[in-house]
Design a protein around this ligand. Sequence first.
Ligand code: NAD
Length: 335
Amino acid sequence: MPDLKLSSAELRVLELRGLIARYDYEYYVLDAPSVPDSEYDKIYRELQTLEQAYPSLVVADSPTQRVSGTATNAFGSITHRQAMLSLNNAFEQSELEAFDKRIREALGVAQVEYAVEPKFDGLAITLTYEHGVFIQGATRGDGYTGEDVTHNLRTLRAIPMRLNCENPPQLLEVRGEVLMLKRDFDKLNQAQLAKGEKLFANPRNAAAGSLRQLDAKVTATRPLTFFAYGLGVAEGVPALTSHGAAMDYLASLHFPVSSARAVVRGVQGLSDYYEKIGQQRQQLPFDIDGVVYKVNQFNQQNELGFVSRAPRWAVAHKFPAQEALTLVEDITVQV
Ligand code: NAD
């Protein structure tokens, strides 16, 4: 006799995957979401919960098993030397405690040191420097292959074209986020309105749409900025043993890095940081949708490794939904 509960779960799983595929396309390809992130996160969670309850329904191409996004044909494609993964999410205090417990048990330590940072709500990119000179930049795409947006990235003043150091590394990949400041987003939409042109849904989509322009001259007119939050492949760099040290190194090379980054200990340190940044959220000049916690020591990160779509040593602790997607019905594709 067929398991009726399983078959209704199967139907719902298919329905959720269909919805997520549509929302991913609107968000990652068109830069024009039709639902708020909180709605997306809700159905993604439902899918995760169903797959956990019915492991036989898990398939390799489920959104829970891979990095969302795609490299469109509009740009040349670039294969990442090191995969650009996503982050697992925590919404509740209990999930945070479970994350810390998993890490402590896997490492066999009583307390963990974490590097903590704001979670920038922009577009993930990777920058490649050879012998200190910027040579290439790409979007995350599906995590393995991204779009070649080198020309567009050259128009961002916040991105160094040459590293600030006397003995530059042979090869350095810098990972970070392209953003639009809230005030610049407001000005851009006012200008769009005055010209009778399409409006952007929010700063994140304005940043993504502005960077993913076929004509770099258009990108040059858009007020984009950048924050670095990590390293990819690095050859010939000074010995770096922690994420905190890597961020200090990036700052010394003149990359913009968050001044709100810190190193804390244990789950109490994480909760205190979440509270503090949550209180500052409205006053920050750019949108953040949470904070990110990373095991600070690189040897511990290596020991923990990765699952299919995200590192085991990091988690994004999301803030409650704040956005209202009021403009979305008015916008169309800006790429
Ligand atoms: P994510 O945004 O939850 O987390 C991974 C990303 O965080 C990284 O790729 C990186 O770009 C970014 N990040 C920002 N600050 C960082 C820091 N300090 N350190 C490391 N990474 C940092 O995951 P995702 O897979 O990129 O996107 C999923 C999210 O996107 C969803 O949870 C949802 O909020 C949103 N989304 C919305 C829709 C929609 O239709 N509204 C559709 C798809 C995705």
